[in-house]
Design a protein around this ligand. Structure first.
Ligand code: 13P
Length: 247
């Protein structure tokens, strides 16, 4: 699985251009699930632009309530008519918008009710890693964010170390694999046998030079790509590399 998180980039016009270019560049027989996540305002146009292709569309966030007096917010029900996926708990939202584990958990549960698949992001800060707490921090985030989850729920989990996002300093494949193995175990406690089917994605400065080394790791099933997903040629090559890993 490969997901492009466009973050707060593109206008409606340039989003449609980018989505159309990705659609043209992706071969029909790719083995991976491909998801692009434009800003809210472009979701409808981008969904139309990729209709009939292997590319699915996701939102970058949503609110946990279904409707009501939450000015500026978008609910899972609203998204369900437009897209199949939603990124939840991204570290940029946790850091800049003070999203708590409880709020992320409420969103995960609301996504299930609406039939949208969350791409749940977890990851430790540089200080957490330097003090040897990375595994504890990340597995506690996962437990808190998935509290009360239905054992049949569809979900993907992205491990994105905060220190690797947008910095060019990616986690080594060994470090990423070690965390993924711990996440897989934690998922087994929550979801039983289904844990083996949950896509685990690595995110943080993924590019053309390093994606194959992540995909070669046993517990890494794909990538959540930020800046490298904003260039259609690069993203299409990343899709091909993910797909050819045979996962
Ligand atoms: P970069 O690939 O730009 O480091 O961003 C990663 C990310 O945050 C994806 O959600």
């Amino acid at each position: 699985m490969i997901v492009g998180n466009w973050k707060m980039n593109t206008t409606v016009e340039s989003a449609v251009e980018l989505a159309s270019a990705v659609k043209r560049g992706v071969s029909e027989d790719i083995a991976s699930d491909v998801v692009i996540c434009p800003p809210y305002v472009s979701l409808v146009s981008v969904s139309e632009a990729v209709r009939g292709s292997r590319i699915a569309v996701g939102a970058q966030n949503m609110h946990s309530e279904t409707n009501g007096a939450f000015t500026g917010e978008i609910s899972a029900e609203m998204l369900a008519q437009i897209c199949r996926f939603v990124i939840l708990g991204h570290s940029e939202r946790r850091t800049y918008l003070s999203e708590s584990d409880e709020f992320v958990n409420a969103k995960v549960l609301a996504a299930k009710v609406a039939g949208i698949t969350p791409i749940l992001c977890v990851g430790e800060s540089l200080a957490d890693r330097q003090s040897g707490r990375a595994v504890d921090v990340v597995t506690s985030q996962l437990d808190a964010n998935l509290n009360g989850i239905d054992r049949n729920a569809n979900i993907a989990v992205a491990y994105e170390p905060v220190w690797a996002i947008g910095t060019g300093e990616s986690a080594s494949p060994d470090v990423a694999q070690e965390m993924m193995a711990r996440l897989r175990l934690a998922l087994a406690d929550l979801l039983g046998d289904r844990a083996t089917d949950i896509p685990l994605l690595y995110g943080g400065s993924v590019n053309l030079s390093n994606i194959a080394s992540y995909m070669a790791e046993k517990d890494i099933d794909g990538a959540l790509v930020g800046s490298a997903s904003l260039d259609a040629d690069t993203f299409c090559q990343l899709i091909a590399l993910t797909s050819s890993s045979g996962r």
